[in-house]
Design a protein. Sequence first.
Lengths: 80, 372
Amino acid sequence: MRTPEQTTQEVLELAATHFKVPASSLLPTDDFFKKLGIDSLQALELLSRLENHFGIELPDYEVQGVSDFKTLAERIQSRL
Amino acid sequence: MKNFTGQALRWEWRDSVIELTLDRAPANEIGTLMLGELEQFAAAAEKLAPETSVCIIHSARKPGFSAGADLRELYHGAAALSEKDRVAGVRDFIERIHTVLNYLDAAPFVTIAAVHGVCFGGGFELALACDIIIADKMARFAFPELRLGLIPGFGGIPRLKRDLGNAFVRDLLLTGRSVNATRGQAVGLVAQLAAEGEALRIARGTAGQITKFDAVTRAAAKKFIKPIPHEEFRREIDLFCELFTRPAVSMKLVALDHVQIAVPPLSEDRARGFYVGVLGLTEVERPAALENRKSIWFTSGSINLHLGVEADFVPAKKAHPAFVVEGLDEIIAKCVKAHLPTRPDVPLNGFRRVHICDPFGNRIELMEKSAS
């Protein structure tokens, strides 16, 4: 059973791997659109990665308006 | 025609397999260009059908299979038309799409959609017209149409219902959410899952297997198990056209009432010299309620133009109103005579366009319908 901190860390690492940046450069409170310079299509790619990794589904409306890793992890946590 | 390269797609026939590659930036949006080339494809495929066992449809665009209908083109084209023409135009487009997709749906050869990335709306509907969907793990499927006040109009709902029953369709349609390919496989939408980037390879492998079987049996089997829901398509088209041309129910902007341009203090006479003398507008009295305000009002036809005095005036060099005129050349001649700058611009939508400046440097665009 993952703790929220573990989930957040896994989210950061997944994002780092997918967008090819060092995980250490990402903070939970970072806005991933701004920090990673991604667009909405790339955000969908990240969504797919997260869904496949955690074995859950994350409807788009759940992550609309979410732009930081910590809140994203909270949404994921509520489906674990 | 065994090979073709167009602007939105290309195809190649080889060893009884046709590969249709969608390749229109940014994400294979389905507009009139793509539709026209799909129609060419359908015509060619019909001729090639006797020697074809499989057609694989896939995308060369990184974002995915297809992001859907080119709504910008559809709306933009519709905006300039009358209500009657708008309805007819949309219906024509939709019916043409249905004709192509119905051909694919019923083709005697097997159709495989090799999907990666986004497969949304009309793009999803194109994939649904195929017999088999092979998707990589990062692919996503969605019907976002309700977010836009529409329903899927390319036959997606009847086809998805035919394949999977009502509940999954309701989920996707009513929430507009996208689902990944893994979920797609779980519900039976996706026949085979591929590793990222491997959908085409797996599709080719599957095609190789299919080509081994007898063509007549295959065509008969396909016809047997694949009913085409024509009546539902007709109702879907009617509903789509009704929704597309429906006026907004709550708030909406109805019309432009007037445009206000800034002018410097103590410029009223020079302003009149231009707006009346050169542009031919008529000055009108301001309503009594606005007597105290420093502005001059002009009108011509349906145009209402107000000039507002601004103490720290700066001319609008880029932002500008655009007026449709008659006698553009006479106006330009008057500008030249008054030493006012004029600059032609590229014609658009059958209009000649010229930019001029009023005496204060405000940019104004003038448009005249080209004689055709």
